[in-house]
Design a protein around this ligand. Structure first.
Ligand code: ZN
Ligand code: ZN
Length: 356
């Protein structure tokens, strides 16, 4: 199975050299391995990304995927980034185009500015009144411009498309962001590798660019959650674990302790990491139990990129495979109801129209 997929991926890559993306994709779909299965229940994808160098193309691709996936709404997030990284970008580059498709595309912003301010402040130690005012002004401007929430923020992010990033999750600017989010009824979407105690960088990750040691963050994360219980915080990427500590047990303990905590399910078949929720395509019993025990607290956050990369399997396909194995009533909550609750009236109304 694994080999067949990697061969298919190579085939798709070769095809992409001589054919347009669309032709390659339709060719790829002829293989039964790659035939995408849509969700049995409509779902909003709470976490996807777009090509910042071709914003209109990224939106077109996401719009076209909605039918294939049975995803009436796709939320596009800014990558969590730093000011030092030349490629960083913010919601202003996509909002004008995204606003042409209300109810279908929503934008979650702050990754390229608010997040960069937090990472910078954590590094310099400057978090005084002037820094806080600048941060609050930027957050409120993003809301006025039309973002549906704040993301993708990060407190612990390994080097990849963006540089390594760290900030304590109870940093003063994270606490301030929680207050702003609560005041405006919008959520914070947070990428944070689970680090229960200070530890060496996990094997398999390179240092540099990552640091040789990681800072404990779970206790500080709990302080953020407790700081303003009206702030809804989505811990991104449940099912994508690079430290080995994002276990169903840890997720369960935190969900039980903090009613304002939500989680996005992600399953990347090409980068499974640790504590993967599926085995041979079947949801693992401990993950199923966890989701069934907290059906109001999970949403789908595939981390899919648009346009879709030329891979044999897309991230959305794998997480839909998981979604389709959940009981129908749970699937409905995770598909659309929870996201309507988390994101509030504007998103809820749009999802209502999807008639799930
Ligand atoms: Zn992420
Ligand atoms: Zn992401």
């Amino acid at each position: 199975m694994a080999m067949a997929i990697s061969c298919a991926a190579t085939g798709a890559l070769l095809a992409a050299h001589v054919l347009s993306a669309g032709q390659a994709q339709s060719m790829a779909r002829k293989s039964p391995l790659m035939e995408p299965v849509p969700a049995l229940t409509p779902f909003a994808d709470a976490h996807a990304h777009f090509d910042e160098k071709d914003v209109a193309g990224g939106i077109r691709s996401a719009l076209a995927a909605r039918g294939r996936e049975n995803a009436p709404m796709i939320l596009l997030l800014m990558s969590p980034d730093t000011f030092d990284h030349p490629g960083h970008y913010e919601a202003e580059i996509i909002l004008p185009e995204a606003k042409k498709y209300p109810g279908k595309i929503a934008v979650v912003g702050g990754g390229g500015s608010l997040n960069a301010m937090i990472i910078q402040s954590a590094a310099t130690g400057e978090a005084g009144p002037a820094v806080q005012k600048k941060f609050k002004d930027r957050a409120e401007r993003l809301l006025r411009e039309g973002v549906a929430g704040f993301g993708e923020m990060t407190a612990e992010h390994f080097d990849g498309n963006t540089p390594y990033q760290y900030a304590p999750p109870d940093h003063p600017l994270f606490l301030l962001l929680a207050d702003i989010a609560a005041e405006h009824g919008v959520p914070i979407d947070l990428h944070m590798e689970a680090v229960p105690q200070d530890m060496p960088l996990p094997a398999g990750l390179k240092s540099p660019p990552n640091p040789p040691r990681l800072h404990a963050n779970i206790a500080a994360f709990e302080r953020l959650l407790a700081h303003n219980p009206r702030a809804k915080i989505i811990w991104a990427h449940a099912g994508f674990d690079n430290t080995g500590y994002r276990t169903p047990e840890l997720n369960r303990r935190l969900l039980a302790a903090h009613s304002n905590l939500y989680m996005e399910l992600k399953a990347d078949p090409l980068a499974k990491g640790l504590n993967y929720p599926l085995a041979d395509g079947k949801i693992k019993p401990d993950w199923l139990q966890l989701i069934n025990d907290f059906p109001d607290r999970f949403v789908i956050g595939s981390d899919q990129h648009y346009p879709e990369p030329h891979d044999a399997v897309q991230r959305w396909q794998e997480v839909v495979l998981l979604l389709n194995q959940l009981p129908a009533d749970v699937r409905k909550k995770i598909g659309t109801q929870n996201i309507a609750h988390i994101y509030g009236k504007r998103v809820a109304t749009a999802l209502d129209m999807a008639k799930n």
